[in-house]
Design a binder for this molecule. Structure first.
Ligand SMILES: C[S@@+](CC[C@H](N)C(=O)[O-])C[C@H]1O[C@@H](n2cnc3c(N)ncnc32)[C@H](O)[C@@H]1O
Length: 305
C-alpha cells in the first residue's frame, strides 16, 4: 500500500505546530478528506472505498510524519442534508467523552464529535479568522455565528461582538469558546433568532458595525417556516447587512454553495453596493496550504468606501 501525494508533508505539519495550530486538514481526495483536531482525527467520506483508503493511508502518513494518532472518527458525507449523521468512533476508547479542545494560532475551540454533523470549527475559515485578528474591528456582527469562532477571534483583539444564530445550543458552545480563551462575555451578545428578522431590528435601533460576517448555510428554514436559499437570498441578506454597516465597514461574504464561487459573490456584492449607493473594494485572504484549490468555502471580503 502506497500513500497518495495528497497528504500534507512533515514540513507543513511542523509549520502548523510552530504557529500554535493543531486543527487543520491532513489530506483531501475526490471522495473525501481527513482533518486533525488535536490528536483526534476525523475522516469524512462519500463512499466506503474512500473511507478505507484514507484510513489505511492515515497510518502510513502518521508513521512518516512522526504524528501520534489519537482517536479516529469517520463521518459520511451524504448528497442530501437530511441524511447527515454524527461522526462514529472507528478507533479509540469508546468510554471517553467525545470532546476535545483544538487550537488555532493559540486560540482554543471546543470540538464535540458527538454534537451532530459538524464538530464545532470550520477549518476553511482559518485565514478569515486570522484577518480579523490582524486588522481588528471595534464592533463585529457575526451572522450565522454557529460556535462563534469569528467572534472569539475578534474578542481576542479587543472587539465587541453581536452573535446571531437560530441554534441556542451552538451559541451556548460559543460562550464556552469565550470561556476557554478566558474572554469575558460582558461586551458580547448572543441572539438566538433568524438573521433575516434580526437585521431589520438592528437597523430600527440604529445599530452600526464596522465588521460583518455573512456565512449562511446553503439552505435553512427558520422556526417560523421561512426558507433561506443562498443562491436566491444572499442579495437580500447583504442589502439588509449594508443598512447596519459603518461607512468603511468590512463585510465577509462566504458560502459553501458550489454554484456561488468568489467571482459570483463579487458580482452580486457589486450589484448590492450599487443599489445601496455604496462603493467597495474586494480582497481575498491567502489560500490555505492544507486545502487544494476549490476545496472549502468560497469567501471574499469587501471594504466599503
Ligand atoms: C455554515 S454554519 C456557520 C459557520 C460559522 N460562520 C463558522 O464559521 O463557525 C451555519 C449556521 O447558520 C445557522 N442558521 C441557519 N439558518 C439561520 C437563520 N435563518 N438565522 C440564523 N442562523 C441560521 C445554523 O444554525 C448554523 O449554526
Amino acid at each position: 500500500m502506497k500513500m497518495g501525494s495528497e497528504w500534507i508533508d512533515a514540513g507543513l505539519l511542523r509549520h502548523f505546530e510552530a504557529e500554535g495550530t493543531n486543527a487543520h486538514r491532513l489530506c483531501t481526495i475526490g471522495g473525501g478528506w481527513v482533518e486533525r483536531f488535536g490528536r483526534d482525527i476525523l475522516i469524512s467520506f462519500k463512499k466506503t472505498a474512500a473511507r478505507e483508503r484514507l484510513f489505511q493511508e492515515l497510518y502510513l502518513w502518521s508513521a512518516t510524519a512522526g504524528f501520534r494518532l489519537g482517536r479516529i472518527f469517520t463521518r459520511f458525507l451524504p448528497k442530501k442534508n437530511e441524511e447527515r449523521e454524527t461522526a462514529r468512533l472507528l478507533s479509540g476508547n469508546a468510554e471517553e467523552n467525545l470532546q476535545t479542545i483544538a487550537t488555532e494560532r493559540h486560540l482554543k475551540f471546543g470540538i464535540d464529535f458527538g454534537a451532530g454533523y459538524a464538530v464545532g470549527l470550520f477549518l476553511d475559515q482559518r485565514e478569515n479568522r486570522n484577518y480579523i485578528r490582524q486588522a481588528p474591528p471595534k464592533r463585529l456582527l457575526n451572522c450565522f455565528a454557529y460556535t462563534c469562532s469569528f467572534a472569539v477571534a475578534a474578542a481576542s483583539v479587543g472587539a465587541k461582538t453581536v452573535n446571531v444564530d437560530l441554534s441556542k445550543k451552538s451559541l451556548a458552545r460559543g460562550r464556552e469558546n469565550f470561556a476557554l480563551n478566558s474572554l469575558p462575555t460582558n461586551d458580547h451578545s448572543f441572539i438566538a433568532d433568524d438573521v433575516l428578522s434580526v437585521l431589520p431590528r438592528l437597523t430600527r435601533h440604529g445599530e452600526k458595525f464596522d465588521m460583518i460576517i455573512l456565512d449562511p448555510p446553503t439552505f435553512s428554514r427558520s422556526p417560523r417556516g421561512k426558507a433561506f436559499q443562498v443562491e436566491n437570498d444572499f442579495e437580500e441578506l447583504l442589502l439588509s447587512a449594508l443598512e447596519v454597516s459603518e461607512r468603511s465597514a468590512r463585510i465577509l461574504l462566504s458560502t459553501n454553495c458550489t454554484s456561488l464561487r468568489e467571482r459570483a459573490l463579487e458580482v452580486m456584492a457589486r450589484y448590492c453596493l450599487k443599489v445601496s449607493r455604496r462603493a467597495g473594494t474586494f480582497h481575498r485572504q491567502p489560500p490555505l496550504p492544507d486545502f487544494p484549490p476549490g476545496a472549502g468555502a468560497s469567501t471574499v471580503w469587501t471594504t466599503l468606501r
